[in-house]
Ligand binder design. Structure first.
Ligand code: NAD
Ligand code: UD1
Length: 337
């Protein structure tokens, strides 16, 4: 049985991936400093899978702590989710983002090298495409960033490409996620945003449960069918399955490669709002406001490379994503505690 170390494994995408790994027969070790998640996630994973993964409350900035994790476990591969992810906050406190997402990640890669573990799946983001020249977006499109968070993703990609060049034994998959939403069908795992959400679906969920008054739609004058921004929303359970395919591929192939994880379908802000209205069975109020600075009109993935290399495609549609988000929201008014 292969052992996978999952950093950030109690977080939103991490917890769904740990669940899918256990269900696929992997032994899983979770590392997280619980900055943005709760240890209670591990009990919920046990409820779903029957297995509670071994857990280290460790910070990737703690080199000794990392060393201990690798010394105490025979790790075959690492999936690295740990990091900060709020775009706006990264503009306010860039050094904190560079320290956590770059220094912390380099510590992890060094610990891997010292332990002879050279297989890695990294959480990158479609944000590395900046303002794409056209859609759908292919992996060979030019990359650029507009904020420190995006820069930390692009820098990690560059660092890992260099590591693979320096040592052909390394195997690294850089997964560029589009917009993960939704929750586990059990209602036990999902996203618990801190404070007022910035992202669309967590915001709509709070309008639906009455915590926020109405959705602010950032602009309806984009060159899209209804004028609102179009994104490639992907169910977090599909994304987790994409990681199962990715880790299996990385264990068999050397070198670095870049893969989009999206559905290939674009939905506008108003289409998502209407899908959520169907899920929660009520009309949700909204107001059109000015565009949000830094936003692009359209962003959706070309998914052929993922299908070809990983034999993986997303299965869930926008109605199912909204249904599962609403189910989680209803069942967890106080988050995961
Ligand atoms: P999340 O905040 O729910 O999970 C990240 C986890 O990492 C949290 O549990 C947090 O406590 C932990 N963590 C943060 N810093 C740490 C540190 N120094 N040491 C140990 N643990 C630490 O976020 P998520 O949505 O699950 O995202 C996971 C990864 O995917 C992130 O790297 C994020 O940038 C990337 N990503 C997310 C999205 C998205 O929309 N959610 C999109 C593209 C990429
Ligand atoms: C944002 C980040 C991106 C990050 C991604 C996932 C920015 C500029 N980009 O992407 O780097 O990888 O989140 O975390 O922050 N919208 C509204 N009202 C709202 C919220 C959003 O109309 O209250 C609209 C936006 O204008 C956009 C769409 O909904 O058209 C999706 O927004 P969001 O969920 O924030 O994701 P992205 O902007 O795609």
């Amino acid at each position: 049985m292969k052992t996978i170390l999952v950093t950030g494994g109690t977080g939103y995408i991490g917890s769904h991936t740990v669940t899918a790994l256990i269900q696929s027969g992997y032994n899983v070790v979770v590392l997280d400093n619980l900055y943005n998640s709760s240890e209670a996630v591990l009990d919920r994973i046990e409820t779903i899978t029957g297995t509670k993964p071994k857990f280290y409350k460790t910070d990737i900035l703690d080199k000794e702590g990392l060393k201990t994790v690798f010394a105490e476990n025979e790790i075959d591969a690492v999936i690295h989710f740990a990091g900060y992810k709020a775009v706006g906050e990264s503009v306010q406190i860039p050094l904190t983002y560079y320290e956590n997402n770059i220094s912390g990640s380099v510590n992890l890669y060094e610990a891997m090298k010292d332990a002879g573990v050279k297989t890695l799946v990294f959480s990158s983001s479609a944000t590395v495409y900046g303002a794409p020249k056209s859609v759908p977006i292919r992996e060979d499109f030019p990359t650029s960033t507009t904020n420190p968070y995006g820069s930390t993703k692009l820098m990690n990609e560059m660092i890992l490409a260099d590591v693979c060049k320096s040592d052909p034994d390394w195997s690294v998959l850089l997964l560029r996620y589009f917009n993960p939403i939704g929750a586990h069908q059990s209602g036990l795992l999902g996203e618990v945003p801190n404070g007022i959400p910035n992202n669309l679906v967590p915001y709509i969920a709070r309008v639906a449960n009455g915590t926020l008054e109405y959705l602010r739609v950032w602009g309806n004058d984009y060159p899209t069918p209804d004028g609102t921004g179009v994104r490639d929303y992907i169910h977090v359970v599909d994304l987790a399955e994409g990681h199962i395919a990715a880790v299996a591929y990385a264990l068999e192939h050397k070198g670095a490669d870049y893969i989009n994880l999206g559905t290939g379908n674009g939905y506008s802000v108003l289409e998502v709002l209407h899908a959520y209205e169907k899920a929660c069975g009520k009309e949700l109020p909204y107001q059109i406001l000015e565009r949000r600075p830094g936003d692009i009109a359209e962003c959706y993935a070309d998914t052929e490379k993922a299908a070809r290399l990983l034999n993986w495609r997303a299965k869930y549609n926008i109605d199912e994503m909204c249904r599962d988000s609403w189910n989680f929201t209803l069942k967890n008014p106080d988050g995961i505690k």
